[in-house]
Design a protein around this ligand. Structure first.
Ligand code: FES
Length: 156
């Protein structure tokens, strides 16, 4: 007996049990040049992930240089040139498609990847090792360099 894959009106696949979390669209990543979001690992520890354009699709990399713990996207998007991510600290450039770096301080290293899937123009997080937390950075705010914390208390 064949069994069609519908449950409660929604299609499912019995062979693929991993959760697909919709993130954004390929078009949005290409328009904005990058898309930052936060995930949590199995211990609840947060980490930042960037989606960047790769040819007609996108790739997902941990938002941290392999040389030092420098974020590529500090709240203003990833600096990119000729299909490469540019580290804002020492200038090493990483291939947006492979994550590999062959120059500068981070030479001969590759960025850690995060599993994603693109389906009909939508980008889904499909990495079993992490769960989606929220769009944007860990702090949900840019407090990297010149972003002083908001101190709007009014004294009396
Ligand atoms: S921190 Fe990125 S190249 Fe040094």
């Amino acid at each position: 007996m064949t069994f069609s894959g519908y449950y409660s009106g929604r299609p499912y696949c019995s062979l693929e049990m991993s959760v697909r979390t919709p993130l954004t669209t390929v078009e949005t990543v290409h328009e904005n040049r990058s898309w930052l979001f936060t995930v949590r690992d199995q211990y609840g520890e947060p980490d930042e992930v960037i989606l960047v354009p790769c040819e007609d699709g996108v790739e997902a990399w941990i938002n941290r240089c392999t040389h030092e713990a420098q974020r590529f996207d500090t709240g203003r998007g990833v600096a990119m040139r000729d299909g490469q991510l540019i580290c804002p600290k020492h200038g090493s450039m990483f291939d947006a498609c492979s994550g590999h770096c062959d120059n500068g301080e981070a030479a001969e290293t590759t960025l850690p990847s995060v599993d994603i899937t693109v389906d009909d123009g939508t980008v889904y997080l499909t990495d079993d090792a992490v769960t989606f937390a929220h769009e944007g950075g860990i702090d949900g705010d840019d407090e990297s360099d010149d972003g002083p914390a908001s101190t709007s208390h009014i004294g009396f």
